[in-house]
Design a protein around this ligand. Structure first.
Ligand SMILES: CC(C)(COP(=O)(O)OP(=O)(O)OC[C@H]1O[C@@H](n2cnc3c(N)ncnc32)[C@H](O)[C@@H]1OP(=O)(O)O)[C@@H](O)C(=O)NCCC(=O)NCCS
Length: 129
C-alpha cells in the first residue's frame, strides 16, 4: 500500500495462482513441466486519480515483482499474471508483460480484461522496497 499523511494513495493486491504450460507464451515454455505451474497473480493495482503520474504505480508494481522473486525462492514461481484493463495494457507492456491467449472468466457487465504474463526471468532481481 502507498500511504502519505495517513491517506492511501494506491495499493496492489496479489494472490498465489497457477498457470498451465499451454497458456504460456511459447518462448517461455522451455524446460517447464506439464503440470500446473505456480505463479503470482496481481489481483488489483490502483493509484488514486489525484496521485497518478508520480511513479506510485511503478513502485507498487516493483513491490509485486519482489514478491514474485520471494515466491520463486521459497516455493516456485514462473512469473506474474494479470487480467489487465484495456486502458492499462500499454502500462504493463512497458514492463515486458505479454498478452496471453486465454479467455478469462468475466462478468457480463464488465469490460473484458486482457490476460497478460511476465516470466520470472524477465523481472530484474533488484532490491525492492
Ligand atoms: C495504471 C495505474 C496503476 C498507473 O499508476 P501511476 O501511478 O499513474 O503510474 P506511474 O506514475 O508509476 O507511471 C509509470 C509509467 O507508466 C506510464 N503509465 C502510467 N499509466 C499508464 C497507462 N494507463 N498506459 C500507459 N502507460 C502508463 C507512465 O507514463 C510512466 O511512464 P515513464 O516511467 O516512462 O515515465 C493507474 O493509472 C491506475 O490506477 N489506473 C486505474 C486502475 C487500473 O487501470 N489498474 C490496472 C488495471 S489491471
Amino acid at each position: 500500500m502507498a500511504v502519505a499523511d495517513q491517506v492511501i494513495l494506491g495499493f496492489v493486491t496479489v494472490a498465489a495462482t497457477s498457470i498451465t504450460i499451454e497458456n504460456l507464451p511459447v518462448r517461455t515454455r522451455k524446460r517447464l513441466p506439464r503440470y500446473p505451474l505456480p505463479a503470482l497473480r496481481m489481483a488489483r493495482l490502483a493509484v488514486a486519480q489525484s496521485s497518478r503520474g508520480q511513479g506510485i504505480g511503478k513502485r507498487l508494481l516493483r513491490f509485486a515483482f519482489g514478491l514474485a522473486h520471494e515466491m520463486a525462492e521459497r516455493i516456485g514461481c514462473v512469473g506474474v499474471v494479470v487480467d489487465a484493463k484495456a486502458s492499462a495494457v500499454k502500462f504493463y507492456e512497458d514492463y515486458g508483460f505479454e498478452r496471453l491467449d486465454v479467455v478469462a472468466g468475466t462478468l457480463s457487465d464488465c469490460p473484458v480484461p486482457i490476460p497478460m504474463f511476465l516470466p520470472l526471468d524477465s523481472i530484474p532481481k533488484e532490491r525492492y522496497p
